[in-house]
Design a protein. Structure first.
Length: 406
């Protein structure tokens, strides 16, 4: 969330107006988009000097690669709401969620709460982007469950303390590692998929009453965003995330009433922003009328129209074989190429299976999995046609199978 994108003139120049910012040195300042929002080396707080961060070791680095999503967010949010924005940067790069423990009296959470107190104690929103460090540690199923529980409790506590608050948080994107250990590589692939799913679960739970999070939490996938190194988003990627967060935040703030009492337009403006689905179905189509040859198609269905970032076939789907699909994440799985084409058709993607793949699936329907956005570095390009926000990755699911019609 601190922002570690290289400053690029053509990106920075898109938002020439300064951002009213309560700086790391705890004074108000107008920050331009070619300047870093976070300047942790200037912070009087010990926590920012105890936790490792390259911009603390080398303060000038923040002026080379300190672009964040904040300028794009502020610009778009103010345009949508006509409400001025002041930001209070509180992030620290490269930390696990445990660094945000509410029990630590001088940690990141306590520092954030004290900074809120210093500016008057009233805040309207929080932007959150964290989780890469937890995923990179190779978290297992139990650790992922703990991550989800603790992040949900953190959000719940903040929303309880601040009745007018809304939270918009990002799902982690990609990373590139060069491990020669195939087992370790698989473990990290699973860990990254798990953290993404844990974050999605929080958003899905927040859409169900009577949760405190209900109607007050928004979610932005980042899986299609460009990168500046092995793990950090580029300026263009951060620009996209900032704009997406502004769209979600403005919808939440303008309609902070339960979804079922919002206008149709209000529901659409928020729900179309984030697309997620577990709806998988198999259909069969003849190659041509009267033909004895069939296409075997898995349909990945959504409630809203889809598109792709580059107007090409859909990318980012993976298929696996396991002896027992219920063991995903515990045992070894084998990647299997089963899909030869993936076409966007309105509100769904059609995945065409090879004839051999269909026969394998029909013979052993319990052991084949399909995922979208699996692992550390998936090549994904699905977006919402209405909002251009990335489609949220899908945790591995069993491939559906039906018989060919008589």
């Amino acid at each position: 969330m601190r922002g570690f994108g290289f400053f690029v003139d053509e990106i920075s120049q898109q938002h020439p107006e300064p951002v009213h910012t309560f700086m790391s040195n705890e004074t108000w300042h107008r920050v331009y988009s070619n300047e870093p929002i976070h300047r942790l080396a200037e912070s009087p707080r010990a926590i920012h000097h105890h936790l490792p961060d390259p911009t603390v070791r080398d303060p000038q680095l923040a002026w080379i690669r300190g672009y964040s999503l904040v300028p794009a967010f502020v610009h778009d949010y103010q345009q949508k709401t006509q409400v001025p924005v002041g930001v209070i940067p509180c992030a620290h790069g490269g930390v696990k969620l445990s660094a945000w423990s509410t029990d630590c009296t001088d940690g990141l959470y306590a520092t954030m709460m004290d900074k809120i107190r210093l500016v008057g104690g009233h805040v309207k929103g929080m932007l959150w982007y964290q989780g890469e460090s937890d995923a990179s540690d190779g978290c297992d199923k139990g650790q992922t469950s703990t991550y989800q529980q603790h992040l949900a409790l953190l959000f719940d506590g903040l929303l309880t303390l601040h009745p007018d608050l809304v939270i918009v948080f990002a799902q982690i994107g990609r990373t590139i590692t060069t491990s020669k250990d195939a087992h370790n590589q698989q473990a990290l692939d699973v860990a990254w998929s798990r953290i993404r799913q844990a974050q999605l679960n929080i958003y899905l739970d927040a859409k169900q009453p009577p949760s405190v999070l209900y109607g007050r939490v928004g979610f932005v996938p980042t899986i299609t965003c460009g990168m500046d190194d092995f793990i950090h988003l580029s300026a263009q990627g951060l620009l996209s995330v900032g704009r997406a967060m502004a769209a979600v935040a403005s919808a939440l703030v303008a309609k902070k009433i339960p979804d079922d009492t919002r206008s149709t337009h209000s529901r659409t403006s928020q729900d179309a922003t984030v697309l997620h689905s577990d709806d998988l179905r198999m259909v069969h189509r003849r190659f041509a009328p009267g033909s004895s040859y069939w296409h075997h198609i898995v349909q990945y269905r959504f409630d809203s129209p889809l598109s792709t970032t580059d107007h090409s076939q859909a990318r980012g789907f993976s298929t696996f074989h396991m002896e027992d699909a219920a063991d995903y994440g515990h045992g070894h799985y084998t990647p299997v190429d089963m899909i030869y084409a993936a076409h966007v058709r309105g509100c769904h993607v059609e995945l065409y299976l090879t004839e051999k793949a269909y026969r394998m699936l029909a013979a052993d329907p319990q052991s084949y999995l399909l995922s979208y956005g699996h692992g550390q570095n998936p090549d994904c390009n699905l977006i919402s046609r209405d909002s251009t926000i990335p489609v949220a990755p899908m945790f591995p699911r069993r491939l559906p199978v039906t018989n060919v019609p008589e």
